[in-house]
Design a protein around this ligand. Structure first.
Ligand SMILES: Nc1ncnc2c1ncn2[C@@H]1O[C@H](COP(=O)(O)OP(=O)(O)OP(=O)(O)O)[C@@H](O)[C@H]1O
Ligand SMILES: [Mg+2]
Length: 332
């Protein structure tokens, strides 16, 4: 298997410029030093609560935003270099599907115009080739061809998201970043769109980066999962291991607070959650103020993201000084 996308030390800070009077505006540390590797054909989930930096990370991966620091490699090539030579080169490799399907489509353009634009701009297809590809795309997302000449407001959320997905596929990109692709949809429609995504992935050999705050959605679609907290990746592992044995106390909290089908009660934290100030990140572990295991080391020193039970668990890593250990024996 080869690597589809690799991010190293990705960081994005907003603000922090000089003020009129010589001081500095406070800076928001939206994403801090994130490392990610996504294998071809894999679905990597990114989960975490609102504001933890998921969209900022995703936007950098597809070139909609530039990192303050760090590098991104796509299909072995530096993304900056790809985009620098010709922004189309990057767009042919990686595409983005937005959370709000109707708002992400241009209200003044018909679906045909929306889908033809990337075919023309990125692939240089002539009218006949575009027509053939339009038919193929509409079939792939199970929409009737007669919809092509309608406008976005004529569609339901689920239909609009199918169009958003078709647009991402239009120029044949193989890596798709899905930013909360079903969060705005009704539960029954969510399942249809998730099934569609699953089928497309197999048919077109796609690689997905799937962002959601919903743990059950992530579990159902992802091979591996990265958990983000306050701009950092705090745990990463195979979906199976991570759900069976969360190692970071934040991952465990997320799982305890997720609603379980058939169980009405949602367990909340005992004391009200104290989120760190994004303008002034704490020096140690950002989760320390909410963590039952936190001690002075946690408040003082930032834990690195590393394997918990090396070498058996090389794919499950947590950034925690006191990770949750399972009873599994550590091989010598
Ligand atoms: N353009 C911007 N200017 C200033 N701050 C920003 C900007 N974009 C994002 N932020 C800040 O960066 C942090 C991360 O935001 P981001 O949208 O990436 O979070 P998220 O995890 O996608 O949240 P949600 O689940 O609500 O979509 C937040 O504190 C947000 O306010
Ligand atoms: Mg977001």
């Amino acid at each position: 298997m080869s690597v589809a996308i690799e991010a190293d030390g990705l960081t994005r800070t907003f603000g922090g410029g000089r003020t009129l009077f010589g001081g500095r505006h406070p800076a928001v540390h939206a994403v801090q030093s994130a490392d990610l590797t996504v294998q071809e054909g894999e679905t990597l989930g990114i989960v975490g609560e609102s504001g933890c930096g998921k969209s900022t990370l995703a936007r950098m991966l597809v070139g909609l935003d530039r990192p303050t620091a760090g590098t991104i490699r796509i299909a072995g090539r530096d993304a900056n270099e790809l985009a620098g030579r010709d922004t189309r080169a990057l767009a042919r490799h990686i595409q983005y599907v937005f959370q709000d399907p109707v708002a992400s489509l241009n209200p003044r353009k018909t679906i045909r115009q929306t889908l033809e634009a990337p075919m023309r701009r990125l692939l240089g297809l002539d009218a006949r080739a575009r027509q053939a590809r339009l038919a193929e795309l509409m079939e792939a997302v199970s929409l009737r061809e007669e919809f092509l000449d309608r406008y976005p407001h004529e569609f339901s959320g689920g239909q609009a998201q199918r169009i958003g997905i078709a647009r991402a596929l239009a120029a044949d990109a193989r890596v798709i970043v899905l930013d909360e692709p079903v969060s705005a949809l009704d539960v029954s429609v969510q399942a249809q769109v998730l099934n569609l995504l699953d089928g497309l992935k197999r048919d077109f050999n796609l690689t997905y980066i799937f962002i959601s705050h919903d743990l059950s959605v992530i579990e159902s679609v992802c091979d591996r999962v990265a958990v983000m907290y306050f701009g950092r990746i705090v745990e990463v592992g195979s979906a199976r291991d991570l759900y069976a044995h969360p190692r970071h106390h934040y991952t465990a909290l997320l799982m305890r607070s997720a609603p379980t089908p058939g169980v009405r009660r949602i367990e909340a934290e005992e004391k009200p959650a104290e989120l760190p100030d994004p303008l002034n990140p704490p020096p140690g572990c950002a989760f320390a103020s909410r963590c039952p295991m936190a001690d002075d080391t946690c408040r003082r020193e930032r834990p690195p993201l590393e394997a918990v039970d090396a070498p058996s668990d090389e794919f499950q890593m947590a950034a925690c000084w006191h990770p949750i250990r399972t009873g599994r024996p550590v091989p010598a």
